[in-house]
Design a protein around this ligand. Structure first.
Ligand code: F6R
Length: 234
C-alpha cells in the first residue's frame, strides 16, 4: 500500500487528481466513484480541469434503497451536483435505489460492473472501516447486495438529513469482491475520526471485522490521508 500524507483535504484532492489524470492519460476508461465528504475536493479538481470525460464511464459504489435520483439526499443527486452536471460522462451508473426488487436491482448492477471493468476506484472509509456500504462482517468475495446500515453509519450520515429517522436503513452496495477487481484503488480519509479505521486498514490483520483491510491484498492501492487520519499508523 502506498500512503500519501497531505496537509489538508485541498491537497488530498490535488494528489488524488494527479493519479486520476495520469491513469486517464494511460488509457483508463472506467472510473469507480464514491460519494460522501472525502472525494469532494477531488471532484472539484476534476470539474475545474480541462479533462474531457465524455468518452468515459463511471460506476458508483452505492445508493440508498427507497430514494429516487431526484431526491436531494440520494447519492445519484450528490453525484450530479458534484460532478456529472459539470463534467458529463458517456455513461454514469449508480445502483437503482428506487427499485424495491433487490434481486433485480443488484443483478442488473453486477452486469453493469462486469461489462464495464473498473480501471480506477475511488473510495472513502467509514469510522468502522466500511468501504462502499460494506459494513464489518461483509464477505470479502461479495458482489452487489442489499445491506442494512449499522448504527454508527446511520449516526454519521444523519448530518445530511433533517432527522435521524429520515436516514434510510438499507442501501444497495457494490461488494468487496467487485471493489477488489478494480485495477487501481485510491482511498481518501481525513480527520481524527478516521484514525482507528486507517490504522486497522493498514497495520491490522486482514479481517472482515475491518472491511477495508481487504485492500492489503490488492496490488495497487494508494491511501491519501491527512495528519489526523494518519495519527494512529505505526
Ligand atoms: C459513499 C461510500 C461510503 C463513504 C464513507 C466515508 O459512497 O461508499 O463508504 O465513502 O462512509 O464517508 P465520508 O467521506 O463522508 O466520511
Amino acid at each position: 500500500m502506498n500512503i500519501i500524507k497531505v496537509n489538508d483535504t485541498q491537497m488530498g484532492g490535488k494528489e488524488a487528481f494527479k493519479i486520476v489524470k495520469d491513469d486517464i492519460e494511460n488509457g483508463a476508461k472506467v472510473l469507480g466513484l464514491a460519494t460522501g465528504s472525502s472525494p469532494i475536493t477531488l471532484y472539484n479538481e476534476m470539474t475545474s480541469s480541462d479533462i474531457d470525460f465524455s468518452n468515459m464511464t463511471s460506476v458508483n459504489l452505492d445508493e440508498y434503497v427507497g430514494l429516487e435520483p431526484t431526491n436531494e439526499q440520494s447519492y445519484h443527486y450528490f453525484m450530479n451536483e458534484h460532478l456529472f452536471n459539470k463534467k458529463p460522462f458517456k455513461n454514469s451508473y449508480v445502483p437503482d435505489g428506487s427499485n424495491p426488487d433487490a434481486e433485480a436491482a443488484t443483478k442488473a448492477y453486477d452486469k453493469i460492473i462486469e461489462e464495464n471493468p473498473i480501471d480506477l476506484q475511488i473510495l472513502g472509509i467509514g469510522r468502522n472501516g466500511h468501504i462502499g456500504f460494506n459494513e464489518p462482517g461483509s464477505p470479502f468475495d461479495g458482489t452487489t447486495r442489499k445491506v442494512g446500515l449499522t448504527e454508527s453509519t446511520i449516526e454519521a450520515n444523519t448530518r445530511f438529513f433533517e432527522d435521524e429517522k429520515d436516514v434510510p436503513r438499507f442501501a444497495y452496495s457494490m461488494g468487496i469482491g467487485s471493489i477488489m477487481k478494480a485495477k487501481k484503488i485510491i482511498l481518501l480519509a481525513y480527520g481524527e475520526n478516521k484514525a482507528d479505521a486507517i490504522a486497522a486498514t493498514v497495520d491490522g490483520p486482514v479481517t472482515e471485522d475491518c472491511p477495508a483491510s481487504a485492500l492489503q491484498n490488492h496490488p495497487d492501492v494508494t491511501i491519501i490521508v491527512d495528519e489526523a487520519a494518519a495519527s494512529k499508523l505505526k
